[in-house]
Design a protein around this ligand. Sequence first.
Ligand SMILES: C[S@@+](CC[C@H](N)C(=O)[O-])C[C@H]1O[C@@H](n2cnc3c(N)ncnc32)[C@H](O)[C@@H]1O
Length: 223
Amino acid sequence: MTDYPHHPEQAAVRGLLGAVGEALGGPVPREWREAITAVPRHRFLPERIWLDDGHGGYEPCDLPTDHDRWFDSAYADLPVVTQVNDGEEPPDPAGAWPSSSASAPSIVVRMLRDLDVRPGMRVLEIGTGTGWNAALLAHRLGPGHVASVEIDARVARQAQAALNAAGLTVDVVCGDGSLGWHRRLPYDRIISTCSVRRIPWAWIEQTRPGGIVLTPWDNPMLC
Ligand SMILES: C[S@@+](CC[C@H](N)C(=O)[O-])C[C@H]1O[C@@H](n2cnc3c(N)ncnc32)[C@H](O)[C@@H]1O
């Protein structure tokens, strides 16, 4: 990913950490502050993202032609849609619906905080998306400790490429996350970034006794 000297990255990261701290009602925990500083969010976004069009829909925003808006979106405490219509972009943006996104940074940090990871733990993430959340975990836990399952092959490939480019080792697996992943068992933590209505039994089976399964509990199951 290209660097943009006219957008001081450090200032953007500082601004983001401030916004996340405000949303959380207190400073971002030191370990996650360090990870966010070391692993810039914009390096995990594709060149085309999709932004709110102000009318309840989405419009494309391309890095090469609209880099200020693109960069500002990368460092706002907001989710960023990174794929629409399962990768089959509609001819008319009015027909776009989000199929993959980078979660809002304050949600990411809140979940990482609640996940309560410590050095040496093995973590499985469900819903790799951009790979940024997996990258933060890998920065904290080191190589061989983080695996992530993504259902969309193209999204999984892009995340793996971004993680490799950042020098972070994560096993990105393309598959249905409701089945977990059968390698590197058992996990100390399973974190899902897509909502479920029922906890898949595989997640329980693959988590060691006393471990934690953390998931949004909301919409109809995306997993
Ligand atoms: C909110 S996004 C991921 C955010 C991501 N962790 C990040 O840091 O950018 C949720 C992701 O879950 C993926 N997904 C949906 N259903 C899934 C399933 N059954 N198994 C694995 N991934 C799934 C979607 O394709 C999407 O990329």
